[in-house]
Design a binder for this molecule. Sequence first.
Ligand SMILES: Nc1ncnc2c1ncn2[C@@H]1O[C@H](COP(=O)(O)OP(=O)(O)OP(=O)(O)O)[C@@H](O)[C@H]1O
Ligand SMILES: [Mg+2]
Length: 293
Amino acid sequence: MTGGGRGPIVYALANQKGGVGKTTTAVNVGACLARWGQRVLVLDIDPQANATSSLGLDKQAVPLSTYDVLVREVPLVRVIQPSGRERLDVIPASPALAGATVELVNQPRREYCLHQALAALRSSNPVPESGAEKAASTGSKGPDTGYDYVLIDCPPSLGLLTINALTATDGVIVPVQCEYLALEGLSQLARAIELVRRSLNPTLRLRGLVMTMFDSRTILAKQVVEEVQQHFPGRVFDAIIPRSVRLSEAPSYGEPIIDYAPRSAGALAYAALARELLMGDGRLQLVSMTVGR
Ligand SMILES: Nc1ncnc2c1ncn2[C@@H]1O[C@H](COP(=O)(O)OP(=O)(O)OP(=O)(O)O)[C@@H](O)[C@H]1O
Ligand SMILES: [Mg+2]
């Protein structure tokens, strides 16, 4: 795995099933990691651009987006936008991204576009401390390579955009909604990950499954968690994300849950998940569990 201060750890939030919590997890884990001193880049590769707007950016107004990175080979550092939060930057998506798959169809190495773009961040130069604007303004002078984490928010499909994410990624984090038929589609996703590992990205691994929208009042939710744990032993994160109105409200304010409702159950759960990730990645250094400011 990359990391250990020599470049970012790159994770893709992927599940071809829609509405399972990919974006909510990317945004909120990203915000928690940033709060705890990690430099985080949320990279939105979904034409819906929900991660972009959940972090307060206007997807119609961003000057450059992931589309320009993939199709026009614009360097990543020129596309980075500050989120307005310390250590948290964004590569925004835009609706144009919906056409990228078609535009790339004749490109010989079309699965590697994002991988190639991220190579600039994987090199070892330390970052200018002022983050995105400075990196962007330095233009060709040198990329901002100081991120600790890149979190890629995938669309709900296993098409070329998701394949680009998996090819560029160290690990896949799979949000799974605690609902009836939760397991449906997971074996197809596991097969896709295995295929990409064999043919495009030999170091790719399943980082873990996150159970989302857990409703403690229902027996079904508990059964679903157990079932997924049985199918993927040792692969399910201990942190379980509760169903929470606060979590669903936060995006409309363009805020992560730790800003919008820092003491809510959702904020605590995402903080616990971020902590688990840091521990597993060997990056936990005296991290305070306090979520509020
Ligand atoms: N734990 C939660 N509790 C309540 N609502 C949630 C929770 N997690 C996500 N939501 C809401 O559920 C909806 C789907 O979540 P989200 O957008 O994160 O899923 P997704 O997998 O990214 O969807 P898509 O496949 O469309 O990209 C959103 O309206 C979101 O605000
Ligand atoms: Mg999404």
